[in-house]
Design a protein around this ligand. Sequence first.
Ligand SMILES: Cc1cc2nc3c(=O)[nH]c(=O)nc-3n(C[C@H](O)[C@H](O)[C@H](O)COP(=O)(O)OP(=O)(O)OC[C@H]3O[C@@H](n4cnc5c(N)ncnc54)[C@H](O)[C@@H]3O)c2cc1C
Length: 389
Amino acid sequence: MDFDVAVIGAGAAGMMCAAQAGQRGRRVLLIEHYHALGEKIRISGGGRCNFTNVNAGPANYLSRNPDFCRSALARYTPAHFVRLVERHGIAYHEKKLGQLFCDDSSLDLIRMLKRECDAGCVQWRMPCAVADVTREGDHFAVATAEGPVRASSLVVATGGLTVPKIGATPFGYRIAERFGLAVVPPRPALVPLAFAPDALARYGDLTGVSVDAEVSCNGGRFRENLLFTHRGLSGPAILQISSYWDGRAPLAIDLMPGTDAQAWLFARRRSDARLSNLLAERLPKRFAQQWCAAHGVAAPVRDLPEARLREVARALAHWEVLPSGTLGYQKAEVTAGGVDTRGLSSRTMAATAVPGLFFIGEVVDVTGWLGGYNFQWAWSSGHAAGQFA
Ligand SMILES: Cc1cc2nc3c(=O)[nH]c(=O)nc-3n(C[C@H](O)[C@H](O)[C@H](O)COP(=O)(O)OP(=O)(O)OC[C@H]3O[C@@H](n4cnc5c(N)ncnc54)[C@H](O)[C@@H]3O)c2cc1C
């Protein structure tokens, strides 16, 4: 079986790439080992898929080479994908912060990508396991459960390691290593964080309580909701900052974002009330009580010396929490790290040292923020490779 292009992985990036290459007249085979295509699209955004973000740009991505994503994002933008969605008559809406969702169902997008593949006469093997990939002369030989395939271009679109029960594998990283490309160690990102035992003992019964906070760590800073869970912290602010957390640095949490905590506290310094009662104006009461107990502030505010008030104000603006870890790939939305971009062309997504070998989507060391940025990377990188594979 000879093809111009074999794409491994029928997720967002793989289908976009296959459709583009097929519509250029290339003979394309798409190989997927799971029994359904686009499973992550289906489960994303609560079943409505946050398929892009109108503001997506290089600043919204993490990578060892932050400029790598620039070219592909500029050549296939959120507006391009929105035009495709509109051409297929799919209704969508903007929720907040530029996030676009389907009105009805993420299945609409999967059907759209399938129709785009059909328009490019893409052929399928699904479900079909890939046992091995080797280079033979100027072709790639792909050993699949349905027999061998030869292709002049091989596109690896196998995604990251999140949600293994719907098909995630480290296969893409292994192929990269086999062909001499470096892999930035993968780690769970956009993931809830676990409290260390002492914090869990103190705050573990606040499950479901949420706080408007600004969380920062290692150069990342996000103001959104923070949610207490029975194991630690989650919510958009925590998912976002988890991608920046290196396992060592504490998170700095501003519990009074947009307010000068010291001025707020000093304006109430003559109050007979306990700090926890005053804080309940701004924070959920139970959390305020636990937080004050943890920080040893039980006396009425008027009895707190000025130096102590300053300390408390600083702690409110800069509550330090050192998580004990993440909740791992089962709960993560994406995998940070992946195929090192230093070995890839940012224009084509091809390996510079291996003609015809391409890597796209989440398997590459480009990780977007929460909010539609990861799908946009899948569309943009898939589109880029689809022009050259
Ligand atoms: C619960 C959840 C919700 C999410 N919500 C959003 C959201 O709303 N917005 C957003 O932008 N991002 C979201 N994401 C992230 C987004 O889904 C991914 O970044 C995106 O799907 C990556 O696309 P991809 O094509 O690179 O990889 P994937 O979509 O993971 O596709 C990879 C494909 O390769 C297949 N595969 C793997 N190994 C092999 C192999 N050895 N042989 C053959 N096939 C193989 C897999 O089965 C899969 O079909 C979410 C992720 C999760 C887990």
